[in-house]
Design a protein around this ligand. Structure first.
Ligand code: SF4
Length: 96
């Protein structure tokens, strides 16, 4: 039984940990998160992949890239919060 499980890599080398995975929601991305694959030889197919998918072009994401993606995502999140805060102050703005 142990022998037959030797090559399972589903959790270790999937899209979630791949440097080419561009999740829709970077901050909350997990195995079920969907996103695009930006690998140079696959990007033209406009693939929608989830964090638990994988392929033989997997390449591990560096900590630096993950930090950069998170930093950009938190910045976008802050900007959206500011915009929503302003819009919430306008009377009737959500009724139209
Ligand atoms: S499909 Fe392959 S190359 Fe694209 S993100 Fe997933 S593991 Fe990486």
């Amino acid at each position: 039984m142990e022998e037959s499980n030797k090559h399972i890599t589903w959790q270790g080398e999937n899209c979630l940990l791949c440097k080419y995975f561009v999740p829709n929601d970077v901050i909350n991305a997990d195995l079920l998160e969907r996103g695009k694959c930006a690998h140079p030889s696959l990007v033209r197919f406009n693939l929608v992949v989830s964090g638990r998918d994988w392929c033989n072009l997997f390449s591990k994401m560096s900590d630096q890239r993950r930090d950069k993606l998170l930093e950009e995502a938190f910045k976008r999140d802050d900007e959206q919060l500011k915009r929503l805060t302003e819009e919430s102050k306008k009377p009737g703005n959500f009724d139209q």
